[in-house]
Design a protein around this ligand. Structure first.
Ligand code: UDP
Length: 243
């Protein structure tokens, strides 16, 4: 039975990283099509206002907390989430497990050149990793049809979609049936990190749950987005007090 923990209505799977990796690997074996969402507090807030996004998250085969704020907030839910499962780390673990197997990847998203650089560096980091194609995430309708045709031709096992949220979730939902892909994952800005253009916070920040703080000081242009974090905390507090 799938166990889910709701944070402001968004159903997160009660799994740690290892559990999430095993579940994702299982998705490649059962002959069905699946998608994984990796919401952070900002997206949880967005889903409270956007019914379509909430429905997409409810319909996802796996929803993991990509943000320590979601894990903290879950202490007020029926049960606590065990740990943060960042989309970036989840995909790194899948690369490690799926290198030297039949399973293949496609990198879709990011600025021109980023997915190609990311693919090159990931193949260096995980020898035997099969990345069969990629495309940047800036397209018009004509270009989009070509991208879909390319994905159809390459038939990757796993399609990583890094268009930023909620664009990537909506794109996956709209196109998933068209695509001959076993698993789609919305990965946000992960290609920028894989390409070395954006640095992850040092381990000590991640361990302490302070990656958001590191991002604030290293990418100050994100401060406006970060203002949503205290609003998220307030919403969670409000919901708890109305129970
Ligand atoms: N992006 C894209 N197409 C778009 C808008 C954004 O490919 O139309 C990419 C952008 O280049 C970046 C990622 O989506 O690589 C969004 O990164 P961000 O860190 O903002 O994502 P988050 O993980 O916070 O959703």
């Amino acid at each position: 039975m799938r166990k889910q923990i709701h944070v402001l209505g968004v159903p997160f799977d009660a799994l740690d990283m290892e559990g999430a990796v095993q579940k994702a690997l299982g998705f490649l074996q059962d002959g069905k099509k699946h998608y994984i969402c990796t919401p952070n507090p900002e997206i949880v807030m967005e889903a409270c206002k956007d019914k379509e996004l909430m429905m997409i998250l409810e319909d996802a085969d796996l929803v993991v907390p990509d943000g320590i704020g979601v894990v903290w907030a879950s202490r007020y839910a029926e049960e606590r989430l065990k740990e943060r499962v960042a989309g970036y780390d989840l995909t790194q673990n899948l690369f490690a497990k799926l290198a030297n197997t039949q399973e293949t990847f496609y990198f879709f998203g990011g600025a021109p050149g980023v997915s190609a650089k990311a693919a090159h560096l990931m193949q260096e980091k995980y020898p035997g990793l099969q990345i069969v194609g990629g495309h940047n995430g800036y397209f018009d309708e004509v270009e989009e049809r070509k991208i879909i045709a390319d994905i159809q031709k390459k038939k990757p096992s796993v399609l990583l979609v890094g268009l930023g949220a909620p664009k990537q979730e909506k794109w996956i939902y709209e196109n998933r049936r068209l695509l001959d892909v076993k698993l789609c994952i919305g990965v946000g800005g992960s290609f920028d990190v894989m390409a070395g253009n954006v640095k992850r916070a040092p381990k000590v920040f991640r361990k302490l749950g302070l990656e958001w703080f590191y991002r604030l000081i290293t990418q100050p242009s994100r401060w406006r987005r970060m203002l949503k974090l205290p609003v998220f905390a307030f919403q969670v507090w409000k919901e708890r007090n109305h129970k």
